[in-house]
Design a protein around this ligand. Structure first.
Ligand code: F0G
Length: 350
């Protein structure tokens, strides 16, 4: 029986016998071979489908650690700022641990599925008149001054949990990939994966390290542009962040691995979003499609030409059902017809 990432990778994590393990059986997500992307790029492309975690995103890997350690430290309340997924995960794990959760989200900029999760799990949900960065500044200050535990990825236990994604990919492939492609928002996940790969190499589990390829949305690309973006804009609301907390660590992952952090437009994101759904049968939220958009952009520039038979893993960070409105906006609404067989057949083309 799968018992979650802490039990599976206990020896690599800062837990002891005394740590109460709060888990909803996160992790163990599939690594799906993509024929369509392999054909386009001439490489072997795999999709790490993190949308299949219990709350529908990769955040659960970090949250099982952050909430378990909060319990060990006798915390009563946890707080986070979020573009949606962190708040969904924090509220679910806090519910399981019987902790109070407070989540601050940017008003009007969180996908419906994510907001519904935080509400049903019983968090105190506050919509802030501002963007993610404003909400993040507030929760940092509050957790500094009050006995409330911050569970954003500034909390080092979040990074510890999230690094297990790198372990799972390495275990599944029997080696590290040559390239890992992923979206970058607050930059915790790229930091976590890089830490995970390095630790697995040091433990003798893998011999090489991947080049880390991160992608931000063009209207929210502070790392690419080299300065804070005060009013970030993108349809990929999960990564609508202008001043990432782990900025420097993301740059370190990029530079140490010999990779890059680039930008993709909303159109490129939406094309990748549709391609994944229509060629691979994998439904992701727009931010997750930024990784595949980045892959396609680099493939077009022959970026992978030098590396023969490269193994590439794209991290698909969140499930498409998080943001159903985007799918319906992207594809035409279904036609309504009378309940008559001839009308159905006519629509099919008979
Ligand atoms: N993809 C999804 C679906 C996300 O929700 C996030 C971040 C990212 C990618 C980027 O990961 O921040 O570690 O670089 N979501 C955060 C949140 C900010 O509040 O849910 P990152």
């Amino acid at each position: 029986m799968w018992k979650g990432v802490i039990e599976k990778y206990r020896e690599y994590l800062p837990v002891t016998k005394k740590t109460p393990v709060i888990t909803i059986s996160e992790g163990n997500t599939p690594l799906v071979y993509s024929q369509s992307l392999s054909d386009i790029t001439g490489c072997s492309v795999y999709l790490k489908y993190e949308g299949l975690n219990p709350t529908g995103s990769f955040k659960d890997r970090g949250m099982t650690m952050a909430i378990s350690k909060a319990c060990e430290d006798k915390a009563k309340t946890v707080i986070c700022a979020s573009t949606g997924n962190t708040s969904a995960s924090a509220s679910a794990y806090a519910a399981k641990a019987n902790l109070t959760s407070v989540v601050l989200v940017p008003e009007g900029a969180v996908a419906l599925g994510k907001l519904s999760q935080a509400l049903i799990h019983g968090a105190l949900v506050l919509q802030v008149e501002g963007n993610f960065d404003d909400a993040f500044n507030l929760v940092k200050e509050i957790s500094d001054k009050y006995p409330i535990t911050l569970v954003n990825s500034l909390n080092p236990y979040r990074i510890e949990g999230q690094k297990t994604g790198a372990f799972e990919i390495s275990d599944a492939l029997g080696t590290a990939p040559d390239f890992q492609v992923m979206p970058v928002g607050n930059a915790g996940n790229i930091t976590a994966y890089w830490k995970g790969y390095k630790e697995y190499r040091d433990a003798g589990k893998i011999k090489s390290l991947p080049k880390m390829l991160g992608f931000q949305a063009e209207g929210a690309a502070p790392i690419v542009k080299g300065h804070v973006i005060s009013k970030p804009q993108t349809i990929a609301t999960a990564i609508r962040i202008g001043n990432p907390a782990s900025w420097k660590k993301a740059e370190a992952a990029r530079d140490e691995s010999g990779g890059l952090i680039g930008a993709v437009s909303d159109d490129e994101i939406l094309n990748a979003y549709k391609l994944l759904a229509q060629k691979d049968g994998v439904f992701v939220e727009p931010a997750s499609a930024a990784s595949v958009a980045g892959l396609l952009k680099l493939a077009k520039k022959d970026y992978f030409k030098e590396t023969k038979e490269a193994k590439i893993v794209c991290i698909l960070t969140g499930h498409g059902l998080k943001d159903p409105n985007r799918a319906i906006k992207t594809i035409n609404k279904p036609k309504t017809i009378p309940a008559k067989i001839d009308r159905v057949l006519k629509e099919i083309g008979y």
